[in-house]
Design a protein around this ligand. Structure first.
Ligand SMILES: *Cc1c(COP(=O)(O)O)cnc(C)c1O
Length: 220
């Protein structure tokens, strides 16, 4: 099993274009599995839940960078900041305010999550609200916007996700060209196991991969 994780990571790293960062999406995985991925070369671990991240962090610590990739509730911000190096899922101004309030003088790198599919049940900032949102976030002294993250709608056919990645890349370019102070378009986080190749074709430089590293998640 661990041998398989190592082989998967090595293969993905070999095949990824230079400049594209592999993030292991580690929800439901045991710390031992995550460690195998780190030993094979993963530098960033994505977690969806604060409590699960705390458990893994207690074992693994600073052997990797930790990114929050799930919806972050305001009442979990304090604990989240104890673990995460970056919040990829900034999606509201009240959440930004809470991060500012809890940061203890640290500068917190964030990505703005874009709801590129305009799906009502999903979190993220709508494309048309993104510019104003980024300007507002930049006013918080300790938040540093370093890019965008999107999930995009889930389809049977991965190719169907492409327009949503393309849209997010366009927004990334627009924000970049605006050159807002404290808003730096450095990271574009998009693509999962079944879509990361086309996400990279559309400009992603962080890909979040779970099942292709760790195997299929057991169905609940
Ligand atoms: C689970 C998850 C991924 C990875 O999904 P896989 O299909 O297992 O590669 C990526 N991003 C987020 C936000 C996730 O929750």
């Amino acid at each position: 099993m661990s041998e398989q994780i190592r082989r998967n990571v090595e293969r993905i790293l070999r095949e990824l274009q230079p400049g594209v960062i592999l993030e292991a999406a580690a929800k439901t995985r045991a710390p031992e599995e995550i460690l195998q991925a780190i030993e094979a070369g993963v530098k960033i671990v994505g977690q969806n839940y604060v409590q699960e991240a705390e458990r893994a962090f207690a074992v693994i610590g600073h052997r990797a960078k930790w990114h929050m990739i799930g919806h972050l509730q305001r009442n979990k911000v304090k604990r989240a900041l104890g673990v995460f190096d970056m919040i990829e899922t900034l999606d509201s101004l009240p959440l930004a305010a809470e991060i500012e309030r809890r940061c203890q003088g640290r500068t917190i790198p964030v990505l703005i999550e874009v709801n590129s599919g305009r799906e009502p049940q999903k979190s993220g900032v709508l494309p048309e609200d993104l510019l104003d949102f980024a300007k507002e976030v930049a006013r918080f002294p300790h938040l540093r916007v370093l890019g965008l993250m999107t999930m995009g709608p889930r389809f049977g056919d991965p190719e169907a996700a492409r327009p949503y990645f393309r849209l997010t890349k366009e927004l990334f370019g627009t924000l970049d060209a605006l050159g807002l102070p404290k808003v730096e378009m450095r990271y574009l986080s998009m693509g999962m196991s079944n879509t990361y190749q086309l996400a990279v074709e559309e400009g992603a430089n962080i890909v979040r991969i779970g099942s292709m590293i760790f195997g299929e998640r057991p169905k609940a």
